[in-house]
Design a protein around this ligand. Sequence first.
Ligand code: WT7
Length: 655
Amino acid sequence: MSEPEIHPVPPGFAARAHVDAAAYAATYRRSVEDTEGFWCEQAAFLDWITPFTQVKDTSFALEDLRIRWFADGTLNASHNCIDRHLPAKADVPAILWEGDDPAERRTVTWGELADKVNRLANVLTGLGVRQGDVVTIYLPVIPEAVVAMMACVRIGAVHSVVFSGFSAEALADRIADARAKVLITADEGRRGGRAVPLKRNADRALERERAVAHVVVVRRSGADVPFTPGRDLWYDEAVAAAAPHCPPVAVGAEDPLFILYTSGSTGKPKGLVHTTGGYLVHTGTSWRTIFDWHEGDVFWCTADVGWVTAHTYKIYGPLLNGATSVLFEGVPTWPDSSRWWSIIERYRVNIFYTAPTAIRSLMREGEEPVRRHDLSSLRVLGSVGEPINPEAWRWYHRVVGGGRCPIVDTYWQTETGAVLLTPIPGAVPNKPGRAGKPYFGIRPVVVDAANAELAGPAEGNLCFADSWPAQARTILHDHGRFLRTYFAPFPGRFFTGDGASRDADGYYRISGRVDDVINVSGHRLGTVELESAIASHPAVAEAAVVGYPHPVKGQGVFAYVTLKGGIAESEGLRGEIVTRVRDRIGPIATPDVVQWAPALPKNRAGKILRRILSKAAAGDFADFGDTSTVADPDVVADIVARRRAARVDGAAGVP
Ligand code: WT7
C-alpha cells in the first residue's frame, strides 16, 4: 500500500483545540511514564461519593489477571450524567431527537431528562429490580432508550441493550444469558418508512424466556400490539404514576455498569461486562478530547443505541460532559439520500461521528445531495467501526467537511470500552486510512506470531501492553473464555483480534480481523455463528462462511453450503437459508452470496480450509498457496468453477 498524503491540522483549529501537537507529545509521554498519576487527575472529572484511595491494580499475566481501577471509590453514573448539570442547564436541550419521519421532532431538556429518569427508576424499583440485577433494553433510537439506561444505573441495576435490529431468537439468547427479569421495549420502531415489530419480537422471545416477569412498553408508533396484563405495563402510564424523585445509589467503581453482547469466534455471543468508575472516567474525558468538544457544541453520532459506539460516545460521553446531542431514529437514505445532511444543517451540528460503510454508500449518491445543504457548522468529523479506505476518507474530508475539518479515525472495540488509537484533532495531522496514534495512557504493541514485540515500522498482531480504565472486566458467566480469548494468545498482553501495521511516523493502520470474525458494514459477525444459523436449516448438511471484499459494506457475507444427500439445489431453498439467518440473527447478517458446494475443501484431519474459501470468494483464483493438504483436490476445482460462473456484484443478492 502506498504512503498516504498528510493533511496538516488547520492552524485556526489548533489554536483553540484542547490539545495541540506539543501538548499531545508531553501529555502522552507523561501518561505512559506515570499512568496512575495521569488517570488519577482524569478521575477528578467525575463526582465521587466515596473518593478512591488506589487508582490502578492491574496485571495481564494469565495466571494473575487483574483489571481494577479506582476500586474502593463509589459513585453514581446517572448523577454524573444528569444531576450535576441541572443547576446550570435544566432548560437547555440535552437531546435533539428526530424521528424516522422528518416531521417528528422532540427536544428533551436536562430537566425533563432528569424527571423521566427519576420516575422510571422508581418504576423499576417497584417491579422488584435491585442493585446488580440486569434489565434488557430492546428499543429504537428514541429518547426513552437514554432514559431507560440512566434509570437502570441510577438504582445500580445493569443495563443490557440489545440492538433493535436483532431477531426474536437473538433477543431471547441475550435475555437468557443475562438472566434478565425485566425487559424494556416499544410497540414498534420505525426505519426508512417501515415499522419494526419490536413488541411482537419481544413476545416471541418471551415465549421461550419465561423468567422475565415484567415488560415495560414504550408507545412509539401507537400501533395496536398484544398486551399481556400482569406482565406488561405501558411506559407512559407507569412513569406518570411514579414518584418524581429517586435518590441515586452509591455504586462501587468496580460494580458492573452494563453488559453488551458482541460476536466472537465461537457461536455464542459474548456478554462483555463493563464496570462503573473506570468506564466513566475514560469515556467522559476521552469524548471531550477526541472530538474537541467545547461548551455549546452540538454533537451527533449516528450509531444505533445497541452498539458500544453509542454507549460510549453517543450517550455516556456527551451526557457526562453536559453536551447537547442529536438522536436520529432513521436511516441516511430515507426519504432521500440527503437526509443526514439536512439534519446537520437543521441542528447546526458541529461534530459528526459515523461509520465508513455509510460514507461509502452516500458517496455513491454523488456530491449533489450534500451540496444542497449548509454544512458550515461542522468542525470535527469522526469515523469508527472498520478501516476507512483512503478514497472514502478523502470524499468525507472534502465534500462533507469542506476540506476544513480534521477526521478522527477512532480505533477501539466493545471490549476496550473507549478509544485506544486516534489522531487527536488539533494535535495529530491526518493520514487517510490511518487510525493515528495512541490515546493517553495507552500502550499499543505490534507482535509477531511468537509474541515478540516488533519495533519501529512493522506489521503484525495488534496487542496492548497495559490496562486502561474503560477495559471490559470479564465475559458474563464465562471468565475462562475471557482469559482464553484476549490474554492467552499473546501472554502478558491484551490481544485485539486485529492485524495492524505501524509506519515510520508511529501511525497505525488496521488491516482487519485475524480471527473468525468478519466486519460487515461496521457490524461484527462471527463466522461460526452464521454457520450454525445456516446449518440449523433441515436441508443443510454443512456450511462455511467467509467475508469477501464488498464495495460498500467493507466485507460481505459469503456462504458455501452443502446440502444433505438427495436434496436438490434450488432458488427456493436459497431463499429459505437466507431467511433462516435473518430469523436466527437479524437482517444485518443476511448472506450476500450463497454458493452451493457439493463438498467443502478439508485437510486430511477434516478441518475446513478457510484460506481457500476466502480466496475463491474474493475471486482471487491466482494463487491458493499450498493446496497439498487438501484431501480431495477435485473439491477445490469445483468450488472455483462455480465461483467463476457466479455473478457477485457486491451490491446484494445472490448469484
Ligand atoms: C472491531 C471492533 C468500536 C466501535 C465499533 C465497533 C474494527 C473498529 C476501527 C477503526 C479499523 C476498526 C476492528 C475492531 N474497528 N474501529 N477505526 N479502524 N478497524 O466495535 O463491534 O466491538 O468491533 O471493529 O476490527 O476489532 P466492535
